[in-house]
Design a binder for this molecule. Structure first.
Ligand SMILES: Nc1ncnc2c1ncn2[C@@H]1O[C@H](COP(=O)(O)OP(=O)(O)OP(=O)(O)O)[C@@H](O)[C@H]1O
Ligand SMILES: [Mg+2]
Length: 397
């Protein structure tokens, strides 16, 4: 047997594995690196988050990615070059993190690499006859493996698409395994560029569990923070809090058919972009709205669509606990409106469940890699639209 395959075989038989989860979201803020110890699989998965950091991207890198990100027309050579470039960069960032933590790379079993999403096109969005759901993450796993010397699992979303899913959100698997709790109705609300939530009913019935996108989280807020403030984001929602919601623009923003579609569903910055906001401004004749009022309206738009979606799973007489995560949980302008709109829910951060809210998405990919190696038997019934599947491609160094 190939010695690297033998090594993989040994890792799969260990009672506990050390897996680094990597996530680079649509916000392009940085690479989330989560060093986890994982034992068990399926609902018996137990995760200890040993270390976590977000390695920020510099502006020139963000510009290189933005040249192709979520764009229908791009320079094809740029895409081709970025694929290995991002893989190597992420590999190097892993090595840097390990050095800072004084952890020997040889003591890490697996890297679980999400890569960088550059385009997301579910069927409901591209509407092209005969074409399937599609999503594309770059930063090839072979480059991560070769750079780090660690066996790397990557490109998790493609298998989900291959089985008829939209490739997202994949949070359903890890959220159910890590956070489902008998006797408590839980909503795990992650607010990244796009917001999504996982519904975990108190009876822990896997066939009722699902994750869905709700629409924009921070993506529009960040786009206008870049425009108005020349900052990557509106720090603590300061600009939004200085403004008033414009009701006409808010109504115009809510017209996309995505919001009425059934769960689970996904979307991306391909839809919710500045062009989307500008079209809504034209329809509502709010082209000359003040920056602060536009920002306040965009916060309300994210909050209304998030809480509207969550309300659809809530039944009267039941109590729901909402656990927030992702960068949007740091934006008080956003979280205050969300809390106001769901007065009967009990709010906390996933940190209170033992996983830092900023690390959660990266940890989820570590869990998916663990599941690929030793699990793969949990059935989610029809609610998630895709049967129990094993995700991730294996790159040997
Ligand atoms: N103090 C803060 N005030 C306002 N917004 C913040 C603050 N801290 C973080 N954010 C927001 O969080 C974003 C980063 O969130 P996060 O890393 O969860 O998103 P992401 O990279 O798109 O991930 P994913 O797509 O996996 O959800 C920033 O771009 C910013 O909008
Ligand atoms: Mg991020």
């Amino acid at each position: 047997m190939n010695t690297q395959l033998r090594h993989l075989f040994t890792i799969a038989q260990k009672p506990e594995r050390r897996i680094i989860g990597l996530m680079s979201g649509t916000s392009l803020d940085g690479l989330d690196v989560a060093l986890c110890r994982i034992a068990g699989s399926g609902p018996a998965t137990s995760v200890t988050l040993e270390r976590f950091m977000t390695v920020p991207y510099d502006d020139s890198f963000k510009d290189e990615v933005r040249a192709i990100f979520a764009k229908r027309q791009i320079d094809f050579e740029q895409l081709c070059l970025l694929n290995p470039y991002i893989g190597r960069l992420h590999g190097q960032m892993v090595l840097d993190a390990l050095r800072e933590w004084h952890v020997d790379p040889a003591a890490v079993d697996i890297v679980a690499s999400h890569g960088q999403t550059v385009y997301h096109a579910p069927r409901s969005q591209h509407r092209r006859e005969g074409f399937p759901n599609a999503t594309l993450q770059i930063g090839d796993g072979d480059h991560v493996a070769a750079t780090t010397g660690i066996i790397t699992l990557s490109d998790f979303r493609q298998k989900h698409v291959a089985h008829g899913g939209e490739g997202a959100p994949l949070a359903v698997y890890g959220d159910y395994f890590m956070f489902s709790q008998a006797g408590e109705n839980r909503i795990l609300l992650n607010m990244g560029g796009i917001a999504n939530f996982t519904y975990l009913p108190a009876d822990e019935d896997a066939s009722q569990v699902f994750t869905t996108d709700t629409g924009p989280g921070n993506t529009l807020l960040d786009a206008y923070a870049r425009k108005f403030l020349n900052q990557p984001y509106d720090q603590n929602g300061a600009l939004a809090r200085a403004g008033q919601v414009n009701a006409d623009l808010l109504t115009a923003l809510k017209i996309d058919p995505f919001f009425d579609a059934t769960f689970p569903k996904t979307t991306g910055p391909e839809v919710f972009s500045r062009a989307y906001v500008e079209a809504a401004q034209t329809r509502s004749q709010t082209e000359f709205i003040r920056p602060a009022n536009l920002m306040a309206t965009l916060v309300q738009f994210s909050a209304d669509t998030i809480t509207g979606a969550i309300s659809r799973v809530m039944q009267s007489g039941q109590t729901y606990h909402v656990y927030m995560s992702g960068g949007g949980a740091h934006n008080p302008a956003l979280t205050e409106v969300i809390r106001q709109k769901l007065p009967n829910c009990i709010f906390a951060n996933t940190t209170s469940l033992g996983i830092d809210g900023d690390a959660k998405e990266a940890v989820l990919f570590a869990v998916l890699a663990n599941e690929c190696l030793i699990g793969g038997t949990t059935s989610f019934g029809n609610r998630q639209g895709v049967p129990s599947i094993t995700m991730g491609k294996i790159s040997l160094p």
